[in-house]
Design a protein around this ligand. Sequence first.
Ligand code: ZN
Length: 249
Amino acid sequence: MAEQPRRVPASTDDEHALVLFSGGQDSTAALAWALERFAGVETVGFAYGQRHSVELEARRSVLAGLRETSPAWGDRLGEDRVLDADILGQISDTALTREAAIAYDEQGLPNTFVPGRNLLFFTLAAALAHRRRIRHLVAGVCETDFSGYPDCRDDTVKALQVTLNLGMAERLVLHTPLMWLDKAQTWQLLEELGGEALVALARERTHTCYRGDRQHRHPWGYGCGACPACELRAEGWYRYRAMRGREPE
Ligand code: ZN
């Protein structure tokens, strides 16, 4: 009699992780963190009508760079997927999806904020993790440099973990290794995880600028230098270098 295929229980695998990876500095640090901890790491990104394809290009470049930086990480890096989240473009009117100036509303929320964006991303990633039988989700969200994104808060992520596990009958674990780090400490984490090579990789290849500027090179990387994302990144870089007793460049 033919042997019945063994039914694999959902999300019991502690060896693998799925990282929400945008190609930015924070999700690159979260990805390196996962590569140090898990035997296999898959990545997922979301295309949602970004004004610039710069972000998606940065993802490819960073993934290639991680393979060059560490053969061990290269072995652990698994499949990369970009899911279509274009629907966000239909329900938002922000500087990320339209040609508009960066501005802040009366609550201090930047108009780059797509309401519930990370809630949607986590939910899509959890569904993918379920399909892939991956238990651990990793994201580079943090609330220390709180930029007005309420779905990056620790309480939000913890509540969402409970909700996803109830709603999907899962035992998913949502890891947020950057939650209590500021941007200087994130550069520090990159150094701890991958030395100067990973710092250089993050500096050259990751992208955070809201305007998608890859023309202007600063000590902290490429960007317009004036948008809130560039200001945050620059401020973190200079503080990190000062902390380490080094020149900015
Ligand atoms: Zn910028």
